[in-house]
Design a binder for this molecule. Structure first.
Ligand SMILES: C[S@@+](CC[C@H](N)C(=O)[O-])C[C@H]1O[C@@H](n2cnc3c(N)ncnc32)[C@H](O)[C@@H]1O
Ligand SMILES: [Zn+2]
Length: 166
């Protein structure tokens, strides 16, 4: 069966120094290339909270109280894009579900996005990204930080870009 998400044939999934499995460039990827497209079921926050104990963090937020996510353990791997968070990311969003290269990426580099580009929630977690500019803690309100809004202009999920404009 077709996987729920699309991962570019130029990518590969393997163990990551950041966390669990990560998405890596298998060959060089150019600026603007689509590296992944998130697929799954469209669910609200209430359903997501029920799935979390079994599925962990497997969703991408696409609007206020709407997420795209696997619905079962069987669907999880097929819906994952395996992009870990980095405070020095090399991929960003086009729209809400397309992930594109923010610069040329060499073969072997891990593909990461900053969750500030996608998340608006109450979470706090310690960051293990190892970037020189690591901010130490990732929060669900990082999208509100002016320096990140400036740095990732054009690469935020469109629902967050709309909030910034409002
Ligand atoms: C969508 S998954 C990413 C794929 C994950 N590595 C896996 O193997 O399933 C998100 C989870 O990865 C972990 N993670 C990703 N990036 C991280 C980071 N920079 N610091 C700490 N945990 C991270 C967190 O536990 C988070 O809940
Ligand atoms: Zn970090």
């Amino acid at each position: 069966m077709q996987p729920l998400s699309f991962l570019s044939p130029k990518t590969t999934v393997r163990e990551s120094p950041i966390h669990g499995r990560g998405l890596f460039a298998a060959t060089r990827i150019e600026l603007g290339e689509v590296v992944a497209v998130k697929g799954g079921r469209i669910i609200n926050g209430y359903v997501l909270r029920g799935l979390r104990p079994r599925l962990g963090s497997a969703e991408v937020q696409i609007a206020d109280d709407l997420f795209i996510c696997p619905a079962t353990e069987e669907e999880r791997d097929s819906s994952m894009i395996f992009s870990n968070h980095s405070c020095d990311p090399n991929i960003g969003l086009r729209g809400q579900i397309l992930f594109v290269a923010m610069r040329g990426i060499a073969a072997g580099e891990e593909l990461t996005h900053d969750w500030a580009m996608t998340d608006d929630d109450e979470s706090f977690i310690a960051c293990h990204c190892r970037a020189k500019n690591c901010r130490g803690t990732i929060t669900g309100k990082d999208w509100q930080r002016p320096e990140l809004q400036e740095r990732y202009r054009g690469y935020f999920s469109s629902y967050l870009a709309d909030k910034m404009r409002a």
